[in-house]
Design a binder for this molecule. Structure first.
Ligand code: FMN
Length: 197
């Protein structure tokens, strides 16, 4: 198949469009972040890349803390809004009808309506060019109990996760498999199960 060769660009997709909170309970701001991901399991570490001109940039730089709140399809309009309006001009949390509550390990609040919130403490600030990367340890996770079943398993698919790909928002579709399913041995068919000996 023929390929076109484009110059290098930020075309990794899909990515989460996360709502990142910064500040504190008295004065909290939120912005939408697509440039984020997990970079280490132990210790659990993440990053967000933020342009220096964002209102949130210096708040995060000065406090050394932020919270990554996962969004859902139901919240996609608010997620977009928080990514095009600035906290310099308005209280975006109030405009979106979001509620905040204290996090367990950082001074930055979590958004009550979000199913999962990652409490992050910055360990490194790296200016890269257009964006500053805030490398951070995930020091706590807040999970909405509605999505935890009786066995303690988190069922994230139940919250209607959304994704962002090349300028567009998508609802995640049906489940295709789970970790390791490609190599997992199928359960043997046991005749006894059907009452045959
Ligand atoms: C889907 C989406 C993803 C975004 N991702 C980023 C990002 O990764 N880094 C960034 O600096 N800005 C990103 N933005 C833009 C900021 O969210 C936007 O400039 C916002 O108004 C900044 O808010 P603030 O001025 O209150 O900090 C994104 C916007 C949208 C809609």
């Amino acid at each position: 198949m023929a390929k076109q060769f484009w110059k290098g660009s930020a075309l990794l997709a899909p990515v989460p469009a996360a709502l990142v909170t910064c500040g504190n309970m008295e004065k909290c701001n939120v912005l939408t972040i697509g440039w984020t991901g997990i970079v280490c399991t132990r210790p659990p570490m993440t990053y967000i890349s933020v342009r220096p001109e964002r209102y949130s940039h210096d708040i995060i730089k000065d406090s050394g803390e932020f919270v990554i709140n996962l969004t859902t399809s139901a919240m996609v309009r608010e997620t977009d809004f928080c990514g095009v309006k600035s906290g310099r001009d308005m209280d975006k949390l109030e405009k979106c009808g979001f509620h905040i509550e204290p996090a367990a390990n950082v001074s930055v609040p979590i958004i009550t309506e979000c199913p999962v919130s990652l409490e992050c403490r910055v360990s490194e600030v790296k200016p890269l060019g257009s964006h500053t990367m805030f490398l951070a340890e995930i020091v706590g996770v807040d999970v909405d109990e509605r999505y935890i079943d009786s066995k303690g398993k988190l069922n994230l698919q139940q919250c209607g996760l959304a994704a962002y790909a090349h300028g567009e928002y998508f609802a995640l579709g049906r489940k295709l498999g789970d970790f390791g399913f490609s190599v997992r041995k199928k359960k043997k068919h046991r005749p006894a199960d059907k009452g045959v000996r």
